[in-house]
Design a protein around this ligand. Structure first.
Ligand code: DX5
Ligand code: ZN
Length: 217
């Protein structure tokens, strides 16, 4: 199976963000993974719509916006306007996940649901018809460079079964590197977020190529 690689710009040099985005584009990434943190849902703060808007003209690649904010629903329109292509909300963040997904699709964007490591896959059972992507967190969200939580592999497998023949992508985020990537893909992931595994290398084309090679495809 051919997988998509989504480098997380959380690990980029923010002083040169535009150049970093250009570099991962040129290095052959599939999506640009954009981690939005509010210092409330997660214990870290990053950036919001104005920064996303600034980097939008730099690349034509898919902007995969991961909202680690609570609430998310009041801000969905701003992220759509800033240039997001996929908007992913956390199942734990707002009271009305079904409504958030409907709002995202009504804005003409792909709707994603993310699950923290402690959240069971059952929370997505009744929204699968409204989701375009499921994002399994394989670390507790907030920081790059954390260690992959192996117990999440079972969850990835179960969600792959739940998705069945539906047109839904299964993305995994956190601790994906050359050691863990094969198990993640074997469990059923088809989009891989990689922050430190891409940006810690000197040559992003080499880092992305090594990840693809380690999946066997
Ligand atoms: C964590 C973020 C991740 C993070 C991944 O809260 O959602 O996208 O940047 O970084 P690595 O790949 O270094 O674990
Ligand atoms: Zn993320």
């Amino acid at each position: 199976m051919s997988v998509k690689i989504a480098p997380s710009i959380l690990s980029a040099d923010f002083a040169r963000l535009g150049d970093e985005v250009r570099a991962i584009d040129a290095a052959g990434c599939d999506y640009i993974h954009i981690d939005v943190m509010d210092g409330h849902f997660v214990p870290n703060l990053t950036f919001g719509p104005p920064v996303i808007k600034c980097i939008r003209p730099v690349t034509a690649k898919v902007f995969d916006v991961h909202l680690m904010i609570n609430p998310a629903q009041p801000y969905l329109e701003q992220y759509a306007a800033a240039g997001a292509d996929i908007i992913t909300v956390h199942a734990e963040a707002d009271a009305h996940l079904d409504r958030s997904l409907q709002v995202i699709r009504s804005l003409g964007k792909k709707a994603g649901v993310s699950l923290n490591p402690s959240t069971p896959e059952s929370v997505i059972e009744y929204v699968l018809d409204k989701a375009d992507l499921i994002l399994v967190m394989s670390v507790n969200p907030g920081f790059g460079g954390q260690k992959f939580i192996p117990g999440q592999l079972d969850k990835i497998k179960r969600i792959r079964e739940m998705i069945g023949g539906r047109n839904i992508e299964l993305e995994v985020d956190g601790g994906v590197n050359l050691e863990t990537v094969k198990a993640v893909v074997d469990a059923g992931a088809d989009v891989l977020v990689a922050g430190s595994a891409v940006f810690n290398g000197d040559d992003y084309r080499v880092s992305i190529g090594a990840l693809r090679a380690a999946t066997g495809g």
